[in-house]
Structures are given as C-alpha cells and as structure tokens.
Design a protein around this ligand. Structure first.
Ligand SMILES: [Zn+2]
Length: 303
C-alpha cells in the first residue's frame, strides 16, 4: 500500500508540470463546504471536484489513487485541515514545492476550538487536536469564502474582479442568515440545544452563545452512547419541557427516537453540511440553502 502511494506521488509530480496548461481552472475540494464555497466564488471559471462523494461518511474517508491524481492535476486544492482530511498533509508534503496551490481553511478562521478532552483524540505529533467543523459558524463561513476569493484572485489575476464580486455576494448571503439567527436567539425563550446525536456544532453554538447537551461530545463516528448519557438527556428534556431534540444529517435517529418516545419531544435535523446526500446534491443544495433550513429548525427548537 505504501509503495502504491509513493508511485502515485511520483506520477503526480510529473503531471503537475502540465496542470495549468489547459484553459479553465481546476479546483479539487475535499468536503462539501470547500466544494460549495469554491463553486460559489469561481462560478463558470473553474471546474470544481468534490472528493467526498455525496452520501459518504466524512470521518471514514480515505483518498483513492484517482483522488490523489486529481489533486496533482488541480490548480487549487481546498481542504479543511482537520481530522477528516489529515491525509492531505502527507500527500502535499510528498509533492513538495507549490504544486498544486493549496487553501487550508483552518488557517483562515480565528479561535479554533480544541476537541473535547474526554474524547481520546490526539494528533499524531502530540499537539492539540482541533474540532474541524469550522464552517458551522456563519462568521467562519464568511471568512472561508473571502479566503477562497483571495486564493482565486492570486491564481487567476485576470479575473480577480469577478472572484472578488462573487465572494462579496456570497458573504452577504451568509451574513444575512447570521443576522437572522442572531434575531432568533435574541428572541428565544431558551438557549440550549439538545443533540440526540453526534455534535459537530461547537463553532455554531459558541458563535451565538448557546448551550448544548449531546449524546456524543464531538462528531466521531460512534453509534452507541452510554445509557447514562441517554438518561441524562431524557431528564433534561423532560424537566425543562424542551420541545425539540436535534439529530444531524444521515443519522440513524435511534437515540433520538428513544428520547422522543420518553419525552414527546419532536425530532428535527440540524445539517452540519460536512457531507450531503445524493438527493441534496442533485437538488443543488448549498451552504446557504442548508443553513437557511437550520435557522428554521432552530427557531422551532428555541421556543
Ligand atoms: Zn463531522
């Protein structure tokens, strides 16, 4: 396996020489937020590829040799730089130099949040592991879009004005939703979200000063929470008469159904946008359209 990896890297180094020759930019993005922001900003000026195919679990993803080749042929490679695409760093260092140009989104936002210490997550080099779901905060999402605009302007200066204009337009849409969410939270009678699921929303809840309780501390792919935690969630929902419990996209909803049966709470989805289903992808869902739905689900849950 390691040998295959080295061969692919060597092949990539050859391909890089030819990468920028043909017209139109080629952007390779790891997950849905990177993909969506790339296509929003680049529009018709680039062909954008998403490595994490619709319906794929982000946290279990590993690149195929074809993916690695696509990265080598790209004019721009966009990734988060967190746990799910940690593989990218070894591919990029294997390549050396500046081929392809890269945009690491975790470098573009302020105040990263460390993974919960209770989860046994440690980075290979022993440093702190940061929660990767930065885009769940609209403020971070806007920063990512602006970074995308700047990266594209550097790569393709001729069309810099186009990228700046579309980055501005996209940022305006994102900040309009941000304003809407702030209003919802200001008017809310409660400030807690109960997740009967994994929890990829730490940047979101922190941005709006919301508390949370979740079956899992983070977004690891665990499927069975402890009975103790489920009991604690049921107690919380029942004692505070919380009307809504949340799940995330592509959830089995098993924990949520248990809590709902005990408490009568309604189950709603907050979409983390890390990955989309094939249906959502085909319907043209975007960060903006999905966050719009999240805002509605939030309004109902904070009543
Ligand atoms: Zn996740």
């Amino acid at each position: 396996m390691k040998r295959l990896f080295i061969i692919v890297i060597a092949l990539m180094a050859l391909l890089c020489v030819h990468a920028a020759a043909e017209g139109g930019l080629r952007i390779v993005a790891t997950d849905f937020p990177c993909y969506d922001f790339a296509r929003q900003v680049a529009g018709e000026y680039a062909e954008v590829t998403m490595l994490l195919k619709p319906g794929t679990e982000a946290h279990a993803y590993d690149p195929t040799p074809a993916d690695i080749l696509a990265i080598g042929e790209a004019n721009l490679f966009v990734y988060i730089g967190g746990e799910s695409d940690a593989w990218a760093d070894s591919i990029l260092s294997g390549l050396g130099g500046d081929c392809p140009r890269t945009l690491r989104m975790m470098d573009c936002v302020a105040d990263l949040v460390e993974e919960d210490e209770g989860e046994s997550h440690h980075h290979e080099d022993g440093g702190p592991e940061y929660d990767e779901h930065i885009w769940t905060s609209p403020v971070n999402a806007a920063a990512m879009v602006m970074a995308m605009g700047n990266a594209l302007a550097e790569i393709d200066p001729e069309n810099a004005g186009v990228y700046a204009a579309s980055a501005d337009a996209c940022t305006d849409q994102i900040m309009a939703i941000d304003g809407e969410i702030r209003e919802i939270v200001d008017d809310a009678s409660r400030k807690i979200l109960v997740f009967a699921d994994r929890f990829p929303f730490i940047y979101f809840t922190r941005e709006y000063g919301l508390d949370h309780m979740a079956a899992f501390n983070s977004c690891t792919a665990d499927t069975e929470p402890s009975a103790q935690i489920v009991m604690a969630l049921i107690d919380k929902v029942a004692s505070e008469q919380i009307p809504v419990i949340y799940t995330i996209e592509m959830s089995t909803q098993a924990v949520a159904r248990t809590i709902s049966e005990e408490t009568g709470a309604k189950i709603l989805t907050l979409h983390s946008m890390q990955t989309v289903t094939q249906d959502e992808f085909d319907a043209g869902e975007s960060w903006v359209s999905l966050m719009q739905k999240n805002a509605q689900a939030l309004r109902e849950g904070l009543q």
